[in-house]
Design a protein around this ligand. Structure first.
Ligand code: HEC
Length: 403
């Protein structure tokens, strides 16, 4: 009963998490798009303090968005001012809840893989949370120290890349593969929300408070808040694709089970950021304000293509295959499955609802068994049952001999 309710909790929190994340990323992508597509406003609008405007059509009507870099002159905000932060906060709250009920609750089985690093679930759990907090502290420090310098954006980008690379390496050498990828993703995602919470929104609140205080103020003195907020929000946009790939990598064991999984994770996240750069840059390019960003996308695609080639699973060792009969029957296979799979896919436990203790079930899932055992070598999970290469070769020949 407990496990059943736990599954429900997991499902519902995950549903919430995906929905609020879509709302957050959706509005964030929209505002980046809007910013990139602002054009110089008419003389009349400029006199009112407008810095950019944009016309768009959607949902049966026309929208005319005006951007004031600092604040509208006079008391132009004469209706409700809309803020955008609950999407972000709820993404963090639901994501962290999911992390707790799934990974921290079961730390000794989900965070710890003794073949990677032999430590207690508690130590692993505390370290995982330290990754989330530690990345924010280091990233925030980098932005504060270097962000306002000449070429500050480039320095920050390089330093953040180095910290992410080190985190990928450390996480994959400490945690079970699946958890490692998730933790790196969660650590960047946490920083995205903390950017909203500690920098972007407080800055905007100060600007609004100054504007509405009734006291005279110098608009230039408020520009710093806009600049810092914009800087963090630009970082957030580059973080988006890397975070999403880290989250969905959980379904693709061939990524996190790879011998150099840290490099796989880092490279695919960099590819994501490059592709995002293309999407951000292409608006300015079409408006004649910037260079063609296509090379960014091409490099991103080349990185992914290189991964596809580099990660190609090694063929079964011929020496291991030598002792295997020419035709492998289910009767040859059954004892291997019983020994290597049954503890997780048998009468008592059925991971992913699968059991491999009857010919009918094995035949039904033959292709997936071949895929998991031979092609991607994701199963047995963390090779907990120490399946040998000769046994994988047996599965290989059995599958190829079918029909
Ligand atoms: C230590 C436990 C364990 C062992 C041993 C194990 N599995 Fe699994 N298996 C799992 C878990 C956990 C999942 C679900 C993984 C997930 O949700 O990504 C799974 C999922 C699968 C899947 C479904 C994968 C998918 O995503 O469609 C197949 C097929 C599979 N196992 C085959 C095998 C075979 C064949 C063996 C024996 C050679 C084996 N497993 C041994 C734990 C195990």
């Amino acid at each position: 009963m407990e496990a059943y309710l736990f599954d429900w909790a997991n499902l519902l929190v995950r549903w919430l998490h995906v929905v609020v994340a879509i709302a957050w990323i959706g509005s964030s992508f929209y505002f980046v798009w809007l910013d990139c597509n602002l054009v110089t406003p008419s003389e009349k609008l400029r006199e009112q303090g407008v810095d950019g405007d944009n016309w768009s059509v959607h949902g049966g009507g026309f929208y005319h968005a005006l951007k004031y870099m600092v604040a509208p002159k006079g008391d132009a905000i004469d209706s409700k001012l809309h803020w955008f932060y609950w999407e972000s906060y709820w993404t963090f709250i639901s994501g962290f809840a999911l992390f707790c009920i799934y990974y921290l609750w079961n730390a000794s089985s989900f965070l710890v893989d003794k073949n990677v690093f032999d430590w207690s679930g508690t130590a692993a759990g505390v370290t995982a949370v330290a990754f989330l907090a530690g990345f924010w502290i280091i990233y925030d420090l980098i932005c504060r120290v270097f962000g306002d310098r000449k070429r500050g954006d480039h320095i920050v980008a390089v330093l953040v890349l180095i910290v992410v690379a080190i985190s990928c390496w450390a996480a994959t050498h400490l945690f079970a593969g699946r958890a490692a990828f998730l933790i790196v993703g969660a650590m960047i995602a946490t920083t995205m929300t903390l950017n909203v919470f500690f920098v972007i929104i407080p800055g905007q609140r100060k600007v609004v408070a100054t504007m509405t205080s009734g006291q005279p103020y110098d608009p230039a003195s408020l520009a710093i808040y806009g600049r810092h907020g914009k800087q963090r929000s630009v970082h957030n946009t580059y973080f988006t694709l890397p975070v999403i790939i880290a989250m969905i990598s959980n379904h693709y064991g061939f990524l996190y089970a790879h011998a150099h999984s840290w490099l796989v994770l880092f490279a695919i996240m960099v590819a994501g950021a490059l592709v995002r750069q293309y999407f951000v840059g292409r608006h300015a390019f079409h408006l004649g304000r910037g260079k063609n960003p296509l090379p960014f996308a091409l490099v991103g695609i080349a990185v992914v293509a290189a991964l596809v080639v580099w990660m190609k699973p090694a063929p079964i060792d011929p020496a291991a295959a030598a002792s295997i009969p020419e035709t492998v029957t289910y009767a040859d296979l059954a004892p291997v499955l019983a020994q290597r799979c049954e503890i997780c896919h048998g009468a008592a436990v059925q991971q992913k609802g699968l059991r491999f203790d009857s010919e009918a079930e094995v035949m039904k899932h033959a292709q997936n068994i071949y895929q998991q055992v031979v092609v991607t070598r994701q199963m047995p999970f963390s090779n907990a049952t120490q399946m040998t290469d000769a046994e994988r070769a047996l599965v290989d020949r059995w599958y190829k001999g079918l029909d």
